[in-house]
Write a protein that binds this ligand. Structure first.
Ligand SMILES: NC(=O)c1ccc[n+]([C@@H]2O[C@H](COP(=O)([O-])OP(=O)(O)OC[C@H]3O[C@@H](n4cnc5c(N)ncnc54)[C@H](O)[C@@H]3O)[C@@H](O)[C@H]2O)c1
Ligand SMILES: O=C(O)C[C@H](O)C(=O)O
Length: 243
């Protein structure tokens, strides 16, 4: 067995998702070169971390190969929404299936921005609840990494989120209407080239990218923090291929 086949690329306690960049960037590049050659029209759901950099890496590889279609490249952030729905439902005493929390930005720390002012069904939270929920959603992955104590990161919930997102893409492809999920995609919603917001999925992949909607003061401050970190992670991914 070659050494690279032993590479494990989820994180361990003390690591950030960005610490996976050096191992995973090259793997994602190689896999995307294969996609460009073998299935250039595929709708690519990219879940490998750091998603905030691997999606730009994939886009650059596809651009080089001449197969890039921004509507068919989607970073999977569904686990953040699954977590947000769960934690918010706990606070509200509801079933998570009845709750819908938009989570925008990206998929790491402060870039994970739950929009608690836009929760459906509409509700309000105390400032303690807002701090607790924001922190729990932003650090949900780290909570699991620490609990697994070296045995990797979230697996079952990741599989659930991946299946949920892939199913939504397939329903869109089939022509089902009103399939809306949050995803990290090429976007003009902010000044950044990639950003996660709600997108409508259809036969062509992404058919519509929704704006952020009204944000409160706290969310606007969270957005600024998120954009700062996202800009660096996106540029790191782009430079990895363009260097
Ligand atoms: N976006 C999310 O919500 C989310 C959630 C959980 C995990 N993740 C990420 O998903 C990735 C995988 O996590 P995991 O827990 O499944 O890891 P894992 O170690 O269980 O699985 C990794 C797999 O990649 C394979 N692999 C290793 N090197 C390879 C290479 N060079 N080419 C092709 N395949 C290779 C391994 O054989 C293994 O099957 C990590 O980057 C992790 O951070 C993302
Ligand atoms: O946190 C991780 O490293 C894995 C994944 O991104 C998660 O959110 O669980």
């Amino acid at each position: 067995m070659h050494s690279q086949e032993w590479i494990l690329f989820p994180r361990k306690p003390g690591m950030t998702r960005d610490d996976l960049f050096n191992i995973n960037a090259g793997i994602v590049r190689t896999l995307c070169e294969g996609i460009a050659k073998c299935c250039p029209n595929a709708i690519v759901n990219l879940i490998s971390n750091p998603v905030n950099s691997t999606v730009p890496i994939a886009a650059e590889v596809f651009k080089k190969a001449g197969t890039y279609n921004p509507n068919r490249l989607l970073g999977v952030t569904t686990l953040d929404i699954v977590r947000a729905n769960t934690f918010v439902a706990e606070v509200l005493g509801l079933d998570p299936q009845e709750v819908n929390v938009p989570v925008v930005g990206g998929h790491a720390g402060v870039t994970i921005l739950p929009l608690l002012s836009q929760v459906k069904p509409s509700c309000s939270f105390t400032s303690e609840e807002i701090n607790y929920l924001t922190d729990r959603v932003q650090n949900g992955g780290t909570e699991v990494v620490e609990a697994k104590a070296g045995a990797g990161s979230a697996t079952l919930s990741m599989a659930y989120a991946a299946a949920k997102f892939a199913d939504a893409c397939l329903r869109g492809l089939r022509g089902d209407t009103n399939i809306v999920e949050c995803s990290f995609v090429a976007s003009q919603v902010t000044e950044l080239p990639y950003f996660a917001t709600k997108v409508r999925l259809g036969r062509g992949g992404i058919e519509e990218i929704f704006p952020l909607g009204p944000l409160n003061e706290l969310e606007r401050a969270g957005l600024e923090k998120a954009k700062k970190e996202l800009a660096e992670s996106i540029m790191k991914g782009i430079s990895f291929i363009r260097k």
